[in-house]
Write a protein that binds this ligand. Structure first.
Ligand code: ZN
Length: 168
């Protein structure tokens, strides 16, 4: 398993809903956590490693007890209040930019056993949830910037050239 970086097409693809909850799925989640910790990330979505499934792993603290696996997650509520803070992404190395996010969100998802769960989150956790659910919908944080902000952010990394103007 390895991380794919912008502008890999997998990052622009909407993930498919998971219907079967088996050992293989649990194994994928385990490998994703492993890679995320290795890269010092706080969240990782399956299409970032080239898997077209709606699963993401999250851990803002790196404590094993706080690991969250989100299968088929979706936001069911979002606060009107927003925050505008720096964000980065393992798939867009060396780039960070201020992104507008909801301060609080409620996320409905399935755990690895296939049980439906609801998570209420604020601030950092809410931000991570929005970032990862965006990934599963084929959206990167740089897609949430204005054209000028996006160019400015990508210019910070000499390895990235924002040639493809057609990406939303
Ligand atoms: Zn990301």
């Amino acid at each position: 398993m390895k991380i794919l970086t912008y502008p890999h097409p997998s990052l622009q693809r909407k993930s498919g809903s998971i219907k079967i909850f088996n050992k293989e799925l649990a194994n994928i989640a385990k490998k994703m956590f492993h890679l995320m910790y290795k890269l010092n990330g706080v969240g990782l979505a399956a299409n970032q490693v080239g898997l077209p499934y709606s699963i993401a792993v999250i851990n803002p603290t790196r404590k094993e007890s706080e690991e969250i696996v989100l299968v088929n997650p979706r936001l069911i509520k979002a606060s009107r209040e927003t925050i505008h803070e720096d964000e980065g992404c393992l798939s867009v190395p060396g780039v960070s930019a201020q992104v507008k996010r909801h301060l609080g969100v409620t996320c409905e998802y399935y755990n690895l056993k296939g049980e439906k769960a609801v998570l209420d989150a604020r601030e950092l956790l809410a931000k991570i949830l929005q970032h990862e659910i965006d990934h599963l919908n084929g959206i990167l944080f740089i897609d949430r910037l204005s054209a000028e902000e996006r160019q400015e952010a990508l210019r910070k990394n000499p390895l990235l050239n924002d040639k493809d103007e057609n990406i939303k």
